[in-house]
Design a protein around this ligand. Structure first.
Ligand SMILES: NC(=O)c1ccc[n+]([C@@H]2O[C@H](COP(=O)([O-])OP(=O)(O)OC[C@H]3O[C@@H](n4cnc5c(N)ncnc54)[C@H](O)[C@@H]3O)[C@@H](O)[C@H]2O)c1
Length: 353
């Protein structure tokens, strides 16, 4: 299956079982023969898949180096980017060469940022291997790193030149990361597609991963095409994130994973919407039952005081002059932006906590 993303420079997404072994052939359609590349991968993913891709690239006439970093969000920092630049330099990457991001969202964000900034920008290929990366982070061009002041605060928009998705890689993905990715898939259904939500609710998605990936990417693609630089439509993708980010932060980025926090954030937001008469009654319960089906929590018993959540939400980088734009659901499949100042946010949250 193939999709094209029509951003300023259009690019192809290939969703195909076994396509990792054909990476060289796909790259040869996009880059000139003899180009050089560096495959960036973390310490879990590199031993599983880097050799296969490197072999395929070399067979297609490319020269391919590999750079491996310790797996985990802790690596997503500027000091790792410097090390990636070192690998690009050793492999003499020029603007007519390309980088390869092989792995989850951490790898994609870092390799993409290194590619965005090396020689003021070289192309890169996304080969996502986590569910979150396959349905979300590998397209759209948001790249970057965390700094001590907060997550994803440093970055650049840099679209990939090609995205290769092999659903077979999910067979080695640990279950908790599969659940995390399902949180994002449920979110996509909530904001834009009742049919996708129902597919996730009623089917065993593992038997049709290509469909799950493609349907999610179509939603993300539409948001990215309408709003490449994240000023409007794309904000709907943040459903569950305002409270989700706040919960992650309050747990010191350890107690809850991102997917778990966003799941709880979606339920709280739907409850707020229902209480305020903005959201169809029963929506929060329906979202909660689907989250549970995929092993995700639906509430956070430790959080009973809305104040720290509100303070953290008001610091969100998307807050504008004392107003946060909440993503609310009218019903499952239909979302809208709802501006709220601190007073309104407090009323909404106090009604449900
Ligand atoms: N750029 C964007 O638009 C965007 C969107 C959402 C999230 N993100 C970012 O993505 C990151 C989270 O992504 P993630 O959950 O993929 O994290 P991750 O890259 O750390 O991957 C999760 C874990 O799964 C392992 N893994 C990945 N694929 C595997 C496979 N096939 N087999 C075995 N192990 C595998 C990794 O080594 C890691 O331990 C965060 O940093 C977040 O900020 C970016």
């Amino acid at each position: 299956m193939e999709l094209t993303v029509h951003t300023s420079e259009p690019y192809r997404i290939i969703i195909e079982r076994g396509c990792l072994g054909r990476a060289g052939g796909y790259a040869a359609k996009r880059f000139r023969p003899g180009s050089r590349t560096v495959i960036v991968a973390d310490s879990n993913v590199a031993p599983l898949y880097a050799k296969q891709i490197s072999r395929s690239l070399k067979e297609a006439g490319f020269s391919a180096g590999t750079f491996v970093f310790p797996a985990g969000e802790e690596s997503k920092r500027l000091s790792s980017i410097e090390k990636i630049y070192g690998a690009f330099a050793r492999n003499r990457l020029t603007r007519s060469d390309f980088a390869v991001a092989l792995g989850g969202g951490v790898t994609g964000d870092m390799a993409g940022f290194a590619a965005a900034t090396w020689l003021r920008g070289i192309p890169f290929v996304q080969i996502p291997t986590s569910l979150l990366a396959q349905i979300d982070s590998s397209i759209g061009g948001k790249t970057g790193v965390d700094v001590p002041e907060g997550k994803n605060l440093v970055g650049a928009f840099h679209q990939p030149s090609l995205v290769l998705i092999d659903p077979d890689t999910l067979q080695t993905l640990p279950p908790r990361f599969f659940s995390d990715g399902m949180g994002e898939a449920i979110k996509h259904g909530c904001i834009k597609s009742r049919p996708l939500f129902d597919f996730i609710k009623t089917s065993d998605v593992r038997t049709d991963m290509e469909r799950l990936i493609a349907e999610n990417l179509k939603i993300k693609r539409a948001a990215v095409e309408q709003d490449e630089f994240d000023n409007g439509e794309r904000m709907l993708l943040n459903f569950g994130h305002t409270f989700g980010h706040a919960l992650e932060k309050l747990h010191g980025y350890r107690g809850l994973s991102h997917g778990q926090a966003v799941g709880i954030g979606m339920v709280i937001m739907a409850q707020c919407g229902e209480k305020a008469g903005l959201t169809e009654p029963g929506t929060a319960a329906e979202i909660a039952s689907v989250l549970q089906r995929y092993g995700l929590p639906v509430s956070d018993k430790e959080i009973t005081d809305p104040r720290p959540i509100i303070e953290t939400a008001m610091l969100d980088k998307k807050a504008l002059g004392g107003t946060v734009r909440l993503v609310m659901l009218k019903k499952i499949g239909e979302s809208f932006l709802y501006p709220a100042d601190k007073k309104r946010l407090t009323e909404l949250l106090e009604a449900v906590l």
